[in-house]
Design a protein around this ligand. Sequence first.
Ligand SMILES: Cc1cc2nc3c(=O)[nH]c(=O)nc-3n(C[C@H](O)[C@H](O)[C@H](O)COP(=O)(O)O)c2cc1C
Length: 224
Amino acid sequence: MGFTEVAATRRSVHQYSDDPIDRSTLDTIFETATLAPSGYNLQPWEFLVLRDDETKTALKEVASGQEHVVDADTAVVILGNTDPMAHAETVFDDWLAKEYIPNEDVRDTLLDNVEAMAGMSEAERRVWTTRSSALAAMTLMYAAWEHGVASCPMEGFDDDALVQTFDIPDGYEPVMIVTLGYPDEEASDIENERKGRRPIENVVHYESFDPSAETTLETPDIGG
Ligand SMILES: Cc1cc2nc3c(=O)[nH]c(=O)nc-3n(C[C@H](O)[C@H](O)[C@H](O)COP(=O)(O)O)c2cc1C
């Protein structure tokens, strides 16, 4: 599938088959997800992968009882590290080694810049990590679908309960849950007409921003 077809045919899927995803397919999907861009390439994402019935059931309990968390072969909790410095030295050493930056002085300046970001408020850190980690989540879903593995992104969970249930250390934001699994062939999510989208005339604003008050929806007709 080309990219437009991947984007156009990806759906949030709630009904999954019992077919397991093999580990090498999962590894490929995660490897592709890590190609997502991130601020300063700091890659704040971590993926907590739940495949056992017991751990998926524990996740379902903090996710408003949403059944597809358990029905899907795999549930992934995307965690975002809220500390910009966590990987900064390693990342800038890589830039230096690859000659993206000319010398150690520039590396040290970059480290200072990121250290200054570390002075952000808790709320700002959460937004900071969510930006990059959400891109990794989206990349994960597109990568999965290229391999025929359907997904569903989820924000319907209790952050505090999730952190407590899975002993997530301080400094990690639970950004999103993503379920992964081969779709039930008769899944209505996939069989039904695609949900409408706000048309580009309403959401794309060239040069100045004048949001339309009205909401209209169209069924996109590309790539599918
Ligand atoms: C941030 C975010 C949170 C979502 N949370 C949930 C959720 O908790 N449960 C669920 O079943 N679907 C959830 N969805 C899926 C949306 O309902 C779905 O993306 C939307 O209806 C459009 O359908 P499509 O993805 O099939 O195009 C979420 C999607 C996003 C992007």
